[in-house]
Design a protein around this ligand. Sequence first.
Ligand SMILES: Cc1ncc(COP(=O)(O)O)c(C=O)c1O
Length: 414
Amino acid sequence: MDPMISPIASRADAEAADAADALAPIRERFAVPEAIYLDGNSLGALPAGVASAMAEAVNQAWGQDLIASWNDHGWWTLPGRVGNTIGALIGAAPGQVMCGDSTSVQLFQALVGLSRANPGRPVLAVDAGDFPTDRYITDSVARLLGLTVERVDPNRFVPDGRTAVVAFSAVNFATGELRDLAGITDAVHAAGGLMCWDLAHAAGALPLDVDGLGADAAVGCTYKYLCGGPGSPAFLYVAERHHPSLDLPLAGWHGHAEPFAMADRYRPAAGIERARVGTPPILSMIATEAALTVWEGVSLSDVRAKSLALTDLIVTFADGHLSPFGVEVVTPREHHRRGSQVALRVPHAFELSRALIARGVIGDFRPPDVLRLGVAPLYLRHSQVWDAMEILAGVLAANEHLDAVFARRGGAVT
Ligand SMILES: Cc1ncc(COP(=O)(O)O)c(C=O)c1O
């Protein structure tokens, strides 16, 4: 296990860490919520510059300039521009990332595209514990292409000569476990397979190097650590070496070599431009582009160091103060196996997540018994995380969460 770097074990320690925090000024770039927000791994906080960018897009570009805005306000080039900005955050050289659609759609594109690039092999491998959409899309792609899905444990998976494509998440959505990205990618390649990483819980949470890894494709969303807003468009990375023969399933007109020639047949655009599909959600993508400016001048090594300090704080506090209440840390303790969240297994986790919200601490619940606490280093303070843990201890000690009011499960989103 890696050593913990000066673990924060008191509020004074947390205040000292805030005073020394290289990322503290970045918080000013956000309209931070009043609550202690530990759910940035689900929906990131609102960057302060988004509102004016949206007002300009609505009032001027849409309201006045209308159709001319495709050229005059750069709407046509927006998906590739935002793609390149995301690329810089995941270690992709320009021209390999396209922004658009949802992660589910991009995963479908990637898995079909990579399967077609690796014919004659019958197996798609997916993490048995991955986010549902990853499992569902993989199953559907296999049905479509006549392949077989193997649901595997990424830590024990051994690819072989039957492996066509492997789809794993870099960080598991429930446990927060960070996979061995390099080791897995190398093993898949050694067996002749192709590797697609889902970076939903990794992009903006830790330094990534998709080019250096040699990943074949990667997908991810922009509404978590990248703070693009509710429903903000996802991204697809495909390594340049695959571009010339890349045969994506969604042959939409925006990905055509000459979209305005209105040709009879599809002919893919060169490079990653072929990963465009149809008309993108321009307003949402403008919000995403404005949101991504919060990353200017931010070092992802600083983000990672602060993220580990914050998750160490939660782990240390849980071990020291919460085990009498049946709380167990699920997330790996080794830094190299941890993303930017801590999953706590706890009795009545749903009710606890609700009671915490009533006390101004927003985390979330994942079935059957996990309280997820995500830490987004750009806008969280160490002292806030300390306070959240003290509030959590107080709620558990007083059994506040057992009040019947917190057991109610109304609405589609739990
Ligand atoms: C690993 C992973 N993939 C995909 C998604 C979401 O996909 P979509 O953008 O299609 O809703 C999530 C959402 O939390 C996720 O955790």
